[in-house]
Design a binder for this molecule. Sequence first.
Ligand code: NIG
Ligand code: FE
Length: 420
Amino acid sequence: MTATTLFVNAAEVVTCAGPPRARRGAEQADAVVRRGVGVAVGADGRILAVAPDADLRAAHPAAAHADCAGGVLTPGFVDSHTHAIFGRARYEEQELRAAGVGYLEIARRGGGIHSSVRDLRQRSADDLAVLAAARLRRLAAHGTTTIEVKSGYGLSLEAELTTLRVIRRLAAELPVRLVPTFLGAHEVPLEYREVPRTRAEYLDVVVEEMIPAVAREGLARFCDVFCEPGVYTVDETRRILTAARGAGMALKLHADELENGAAAELAAELGATSADHLAAISEPGIAALAQAGTVATLLPGTMLFLGRSRQAPARALLAAGVPVALASDFNPGTSPTVNFPLVLTLGVSQLRLSVGEALVAATVNGAAAVGLAGEIGQLAPGFRADLALFDVGDHREIPYWYGDHRCLRTWVDGRPAHGG
Ligand code: NIG
Ligand code: FE
C-alpha cells in the first residue's frame, strides 16, 4: 500500500513499539526513542512504516508531508480514567480541604460527588454535551487522543443513560477516540440513604435495571465501581461487577484510593482489566495484581490536588511485575487537570518512574487499560496513526517543562485532531 502522509523532520520519534499488550518490569522502561526516522501513514489511517525520512520519501514520492519541524513525535496519549461528563466546577471544595475538611467528610455533608449529582440531574443532554465537548477538546490539546469517560454523576437510571448517550454522541462528533464506562456505583445517592429507601435497593437498581439497560443499548465497554471503605464494600462491588461481566462489559475498579479495603485483591479475583488509584494498596494486593496481570492505573494528580502526601507505591508495583498506566482522573472534585504532560511530570517526580516508564504508562499501558493495546498506543506498522507532536527537542523535556503547554498538534487515524 502507498502512504498518503509522511511525518518527517522530527528530532525524535517515541515509538513504544513492541508487543501489543501491557508492558511490565524492564519492558516498561523502554519507550523506544528513535532519531532520524519518520512515520508513513496510509489512506486507512494506519501506520505503514517507521523508517528513515529519506527512505520514506523515496518509497512514497506522492505522499503529503506533515513537517514535524524538529519537534518530538509520540503516540497520542491514552487517558484511561476520566469523569469528563459533569456540570459545574467544584472550586469551593479546595478551600474546605485546605481548612482541614477531608474529601469523605465533604461528601458526608452532601458535597463532593453528591453536589455534582444534584447539578447534573438538572441539566439537559445538550447542555452536558456542550460543557463536555469543550473539556474534551482541552484534554486533546495537551496530546491526548483517546479518552476513557465514565458516567457516575447521574446515579439514577435516566441520568446515567443520559450521560452515556452524551458520551456516545461526542464520540461521533469529536476528533478524539472515546471509551465509555458505566459507573452507576460511584456513590450511593442521597435519596437511598433515608427511610423508606435503603442502599440495598439502590444496588438492586444498579444490578437489575441499569446494567441491563446499558448493555441493551451497547452504551459502555467497561463497568467501574468506587470500591472504598465508606463508599461501596468489596461484597457489593463483587455483585455489581459480576453482573456487568455477565452483561458483556469489561471491568475496572476505583480501588484502595484513600484507605485500604482489599479492593485490589478483588480486581485480581474478578480478572478486571485495570485497578485504579491504589494509593493505599497492600503488599498482598500488589502480589494479586501481578498474578492476575491487571493494569495498575495510577492517578498522581488526584493525590496532589487533594493535598495528600501519600502516592501509590509505583516502584513496588513495577518491581512486582504489575504493568503501570498513568491517567489524569479528570473530574470536578479531585483532579480538574486536562494536562497529561503534567501527569507525566508527577509520574516522574512523585511516583519515581523513569521518563521511559512514564511514557509507556501513558501510551501502551493506557491502551491496555482500555482494552485497545492491539490498535493504539504505539507507532508501529498496522497500528492506528494516533500521534502527538511536541515543541521540544528531546522526549525528556515533555515531563520537564511542568505545567507548560508544549503540544503543537495531534492526529487521530492520521487526520488532524488538534492544532491542524
Ligand atoms: O476518581 N474517587 C472517586 N471518584 C473520583 C472523584 C469524583 C468526585 O469527587 O467528583 C476520583 O477521584
Ligand atoms: Fe476516578
